[in-house]
Design a protein around this ligand. Sequence first.
Ligand code: G4P
Length: 281
Amino acid sequence: MHFQWYPGHMTKAKRQMQEDIKLIDLVIELVDARIPLSSRNPDIDELGKQKARLILMNKADLADEEQTREWSEYFRNKGCFVVKVDARAKAGMKKINDVVMEACQQKIERDRKRGIKNRPVRAMVVGIPNVGKSTFINTYAGKACAKTGNKPGVTKGKQWIRLNKNVELLDTPGILWPKFEDQQVGLYLALIGSIKDEILNIDELSLELIKVLKEHYPGILASRYEVNEEQEPAELLKQIAQNRNCIKKGNELDYSKAAALVVDEFRSGRLGKITLEFPGN
Ligand code: G4P
């Protein structure tokens, strides 16, 4: 799902989020494990500051495991609970219930002191488009998808999914807008395929990818495309075009075809488990 954001959209999304957040105890924020910073909007820190926070490093199947561990530590140091998941393959789900309870321990304790027993924890899922919110809700809710319907007064118009006796989930995710004003963020979002390809320069994208691979994942390009990694990214792209027979009419090298090939192989995981941004950089 691709989104075009305008200031009006953002104001509306923010207002909606402010309303929804009032109803919940826990914000479950999905980020893309390959770009954990660029795939989030830090406004959520302000919007959810009174709430328990769980960050899910989604698409962990495509990301560098060592970096996912480091990023998890980074978010934990900011006071969030963190779990890595692969929402599509349903990996990491079992752990989530326990972490949800742990994250909401203070609220449960508060309720208990006030004599309120067995009130389920309420949570909502948030994230920028394409991070996997719907996939996650479907996977997490699974068969427990029995909707609890509207609750008069408090949650008018809202649907809650009762996950188990302890947790209820708002059935529609909150959509956060990416920080596209930052060019590097735009580039990373484009690389993971969250921005329409037509509006991008695929050559530029592939050069950025080649740069990251050369620096952080030496050997990947050499073994996949039989190129000499010592060269500059543009020269590398040329060699990839040659080695993969990317030729256009008139027997000229087709750089864009080679660029699309590399980007596509990265997105599908064929280049391996790769993270594009690193904590502390
Ligand atoms: P959204 O609600 O946040 O907008 O995201 P959505 O669930 O629609 O997921 C966006 C894309 O990401 C989907 O792929 C989905 O299958 C994929 N996805 C979600 N979670 C994971 C994950 O943990 N790992 C991987 N590898 N992919 C994930 P799509 O290409 O749009 O659709 P399809 O290929 O599933 O048909």
